[in-house]
Design a protein around this ligand. Sequence first.
Ligand SMILES: C[S@@+](CC[C@H](N)C(=O)[O-])C[C@H]1O[C@@H](n2cnc3c(N)ncnc32)[C@H](O)[C@@H]1O
Length: 244
Amino acid sequence: MSLKSAAKAVVPQSLLVARRKFLLRRTERRFRDASNAEIFSTVYERAHWGADAGQGFDSGDGSRDPAVVGPYVEALRTFLTSLAVKPDVVDLGCGDFNVGRQVRPYAAGYIACDVVPALIERNRTLTDAADVDFRVLDIARDPLPAGDVVTIRQVLQHLSNADITQVVGKIAQYRYAIITDHQPAGGFTPNVDIPSGPHIRVGIGSALDLAAPPFSMPFAEVRELCLVPSSEGGVIRTTLYRLS
Ligand SMILES: C[S@@+](CC[C@H](N)C(=O)[O-])C[C@H]1O[C@@H](n2cnc3c(N)ncnc32)[C@H](O)[C@@H]1O
């Protein structure tokens, strides 16, 4: 057990939640007038999610831990190879690309986007990502690239409800959306608003339910694709939405 997990086990839950609310308010003040590019560039510069992946960009445990990434890649392999035609995949918020590079073989075209320009520059130099179209874009503000399947893995959990609403309004253009969210292990209060930034809803007992207000995302069919425990507590749930 890490020191952080041991501390969490002895500190009363109410104190942990109060501390996380304080951190969220601090994030809100710090980034009040910042763009998402500025916010997430700072997150990487300050290694908020870790400094283990090397080359200055680390998207966190959820992007690296084989116990979390392995089942996700296998679930995507099974789904993507079940489609009659190999699909074009759009990866929104691709991060350090440790996960995307493992999904890439099961797609026809692969467009990987992130809001951090320096990270996309670095990803373009990855030797095993030569056949990937890397783009800088803010998924809340910019038009989204065309494709068959969109993957949004552990990205919306970092965004405010206003930003998520913008994304949800644009994903009807895809046939399928595969969305991954870090959630509390038991029940949770859906869709509590947070400022866009390094923190996520799970620390305050919340997570995303895109079918519920304020998002009420329309879809034809929904199914859980993958559920794994996180080493940081809670679970990482991947949901497949058929959009048309
Ligand atoms: C926790 S990382 C997850 C990375 C990757 N999807 C994975 O699962 O390994 C979240 C990523 O989303 C990106 N991101 C956050 N807000 C974004 C936005 N508005 N537009 C595009 N990318 C965004 C961040 O820069 C970061 O790289």
